[in-house]
Design a protein. Structure first.
Lengths: 132, 287
């Protein structure tokens, strides 16, 4: 992997920092977030790697990952981070960049009638707000 | 003790078991919950993007409605509690955003409504000993553990509800009802939340871990305060039991259902028919 100084802190990086209101360069890669993440096994990049790739300017690689769609905003990482980074906010900013381009894990046929009947409103509203 | 009450969409529409057991138990304890005349969906998730002002407007409108009633605002659903409490915190702490939000609204809201969870009302106004005295049918012999989930607790600085990873308020509550309360290390693990619709595997995995952890400790039932935790642990348990023969049924209660039973109220207010995992065989062991 090539690391270029010109890629670090580029416009996309600045946008992610601004929308999440988090200082990504504060991360020193201890890995606590990934160790405690309930969905890490399903993510193509664990949370600490998402932050590392953003730090070195590999934003596109991060946007190709699926990690942010598996983040359920449980705030376990945020409550454990020794550098006070709320990674759920970084994940939210990344989701926003994608669904603004029309990319979302939702599809129209996803909810069959039965599921729609039983699923609590809370789940449906959360899902829509987090994916569209 | 009079409070304004925000049921939220799920308690209002779907979870009669949570709503009615809450209203009946509160009234039996002399806690008057008066539903807000004018309330809106809280949005279910607190907006995590710094520039998402729009999603804050509906919770702020609800808080303004509560201010007009002049009483503290009580809510039950963990998601509503999270959104209303964090919104209030933001209004109090972030002057720039407060001004921006108030520019959209007809009122100048300063964050002066107190947002409470019913557990806090029980603890602070009745006290655990006071609650114990009101219990007419102690749930002796029931081995029940709390499942807090995420939204009541984190982020702790904003929620100021209990310790983010080692809370005890539910344990104190259960002990007041006479339950046997074992230690449950999975009590603050995430259940997978709303991911079930897009990523079933995640919820199956998290729910399996939680239930298996409970089973290993011979825990008979879990209590929750979140309709989504309830759905995941109850509905997915039914699905998991089709494939995993090692799982034994663990009924999932809203904490107010056990409260209603301990106060000797009719089981009708508990709406056990809403449960997928039948709680009645478990309740049969009350001594």
């Amino acid at each position: 992997m090539e690391i270029k100084a010109t890629l670090i802190r580029d416009e996309l990086y600045k946008e992610i920092e601004e929308r999440s209101d988090q200082k990504i360069l504060n991360c020193y890669q201890c890995g606590k977030c990934s160790a405690g993440c309930p969905a890490v096994a399903f993510m193509s990049l664990p949370p600490h790697q998402v932050l590392r790739l953003l730090q070195i300017g590999s934003n596109e690689e991060v946007l190709r990952a699926n990690s942010f769609w598996f983040c359920s905003s449980c705030f376990t990482c945020a409550s454990r981070c020794p550098r006070s980074i709320d990674i759920s906010k970084v994940m939210e900013a990344l989701r926003f960049l994608l669904y603004r381009k029309g990319i979302t894990p939702l599809s129209q046929d996803m909810l069959d009638e039965e599921l729609e009947k039983d699923t609590p409103q809370q789940a449906l509203v959360s899902l829509w707000k987090k994916s569209t | 003790m009079k409070y304004s009450y925000f049921p939220g969409c799920t308690l209002h529409e779907q979870s009669k078991s949570f709503n009615q057991s809450t209203l009946a138990s509160s009234s039996a304890l002399g806690i008057e919950l008066e539903e807000l005349k004018d309330w809106y969906c809280c949005g279910a998730v607190f907006p995590l993007r710094a520039d998402d002002i729009m999603s804050l407007l509906s919770p702020v409108r609800t808080l303004i409605g509560a201010k007009k009633e002049g009483k503290d605002l009580v809510t039950l659903c963990a998601a509503c509690y999270q959104v209303l409490k964090r919104t209030n915190y933001l209004i109090l702490e972030d002057r720039e955003k407060r001004e921006k939000i108030n520019n959209y609204l007809e009122e100048d809201y300063k964050g002066d409504v107190k947002v409470l969870h019913l557990l806090e009302v029980l603890r602070d106004n009745l006290g655990w000993l006071g609650l114990r005295e009101k219990v007419s049918h102690p749930l002796s012999g029931l081995k029940v553990a709390p499942y807090y989930g995420c939204l009541l607790l984190r982020p702790a600085k904003e929620m100021t509800f209990d310790h983010p990873e080692n809370p005890t308020i539910f344990e104190d509550f259960l002990k007041s009802l006479g339950c046997d309360v074992p230690d449950f290390p999975y009590k603050t693990e995430c259940c997978g939340a709303y991911l079930g619709a897009t990523a079933k595997d995640v919820v199956s995995q998290t729910v399996y871990n939680i239930l298996h952890g409970a089973q290993k400790r011979k825990i008979g039932a879990l209590i929750v305060s979140c309709p989504l935790c309830h759905y995941n642990l109850d509905f997915y348990q039914g699905e998991l039991m089709k494939e995993k023969s090692e799982l034994t049924p663990i009924p999932i209660f809203y904490f107010t259902q056990l409260l209603a039973l301990a106060l000797g109220l009719s089981t009708e207010v508990c709406h056990f028919e809403e449960h997928r995992i039948d709680p009645l065989p478990f309740l049969g062991v009350i001594k």
